[in-house]
Design a protein around this ligand. Sequence first.
Ligand code: F6P
Length: 367
Amino acid sequence: MKIGVLTGGGDAPGLNAVIRAIVKCAVTEYGSEILGVFNGFGGLLAPPQVRPLSLEDVRGLISRGGTILGTTTRTNPFSIDGKDRSKEVLESYRWLGLDALIVIGGDGSLTIAHRMAEKGIKVVGVPKTIDNDIEGTDVTFGYNTAVTTATDAIDKLQTTAESHHRVMFLEVMGRNAGWIALAAGIAGGADVILIPELPYRVERIVDKIKQRRIEGREYTIVVVAEGAFEEGGRPSYIDDDLPKNPQDRRLAGAAETAARKVGEATGLDWRVSVLGHLQRGGIPTPHDRILATRFGASAVRACHENHFNVMVAIHANRISYVPLETVIGVVRKVSPSSELVWTARSLGISFGVDATKLGSADEGIEA
Ligand code: F6P
């Protein structure tokens, strides 16, 4: 087979490991050919930007962050400067003699992939995002590395927070879902975790800080997902005036907003750190390298076993193929009644909300 591969949307640690696995598995196991497509779907507009990928091209890639194919968060062939150019993508696919196209991307790229499948392209998706919010899979690659980076930051904030008796706020990524904040908050021993799924109340954060001080701990660590917001409010965007699609808008200031209000209410000294794109860079953790490798090899296998218009997924540590139409357009959110949230609050971590908002914690533990 001749299989194209592209990476779309924001990058995530492990993208290169997927590309490497695709090339190695295609060549070694199936004797197939891989064509790398540059800069997401933009590389299939006329004239196509492509290059065959050999075993030599992917040597040493397992540990390298970023993507050798380049990526873009803005190119949707169905709407480029108001024009539908998806026909060009289909024509390039045919002209290049491709038998299949592997799309490594988040919800935006997978949605485009599904629409291209309806036009006749044989696509297989590989779920990618550090936010871990893609429906249909237990986990995405890149998430574990981002959580590791965020946990390391909390570990560092713990000591300086304690020295200065401060309230330290750490803003982490998580646009629509608070997976990174939740996992890193638990792993780093945070005191408060604010996530988009649970709009917070400043008084509840203040309660937690006061309670800690009564117990003799004069510092507090608050982890804030970038999409978190106050009850009755809305997320903080950098470009507040622009009436754009919320998914295209840049979030900024969630931690600063919460910190100012907590500072005003308590009179305590506070500081904010924003991790930003540090979470998307660097070398992938062994967990992400292995997951990326499994996803890449399974995507090649899907092509050879004629499974198309699907996304490679993992459930309870087993790889499966799920129809793209069942995963696109859905955000996999943190459930307030999940075992993970229950575990956090059972240890005294505050979510900045009234206890009634946390549900009955009846999901996730099998009796
Ligand atoms: O990959 C998802 C994400 O990390 C979001 O959490 C964040 O809002 C977004 O990417 C930022 O992307 P960029 O700055 O590259 O547009």
